[in-house]
Design a protein around this ligand. Structure first.
Ligand code: 4NP
Length: 151
């Protein structure tokens, strides 16, 4: 059976699509499934933000076929691990958890790089292109650590 991993942010168009694309590119697709979702509903069915598509593309990753979905409580059963991008996503997802087992599946993705420091992946939605390069670099580092550990 495949190990299923979910990346979560607020809109599911900027950060978590990059996290999904990056981790997917580092894992064996026969053994792992990686998806992403937003805690918000605004971008369900939408493509990722063009700035995320662009930064991924210039780094050799195609995320253009991804479509937005909203995080649902049933995802606690569907996924083995849920990585959230920031502390606000963490609170929103934890509020939907029904058991300790659900809660145990959730962690901040940058805990991988800066354990116990509660570091957020900043939301680049309202910023410039620099923001997306910065987010890509952070998620590249975090997903390399995750892939090395679980592969
Ligand atoms: P994301 O960024 O959570 O990294 O996808 C956002 C994108 C859109 C919105 C918020 C955050 N929005 O409010 O539409």
């Amino acid at each position: 059976m495949k190990t299923k991993i979910l990346m979560v942010c607020l809109g599911n168009i900027c950060r978590s699509p990059l996290a999904e694309g990056l981790l997917k590119s580092k894992l064996d697709p026969r053994k792992f499934t990686v998806d992403s979702a937003g805690t918000g509903h605004w971008h369900v069915g939408n493509s990722p933000d063009p700035r995320s598509v662009e930064v991924a593309k210039k780094n050799g990753i195609d995320i253009s076929a991804q479509r937005g979905m909203q995080f649902k409580p049933t995802f606690f059963e569907a996924y083995d691990h849920i990585f959230v991008m920031d502390n606000s996503n963490y609170r929103d997802v934890m509020q939907l958890a029904k058991s300790q087992a659900d809660k145990d599946k959730v962690s901040l993705i940058l805990d991988e790089v800066f354990p116990m420091e509660n570091v957020d992946v900043p939301d680049p939605y309202h910023g410039g292109v620099d923001g997306f390069d910065n987010v890509f670099a952070m998620l590249d580092e975090a997903t390399t650590i995750i892939a090395d550990r679980i592969s």
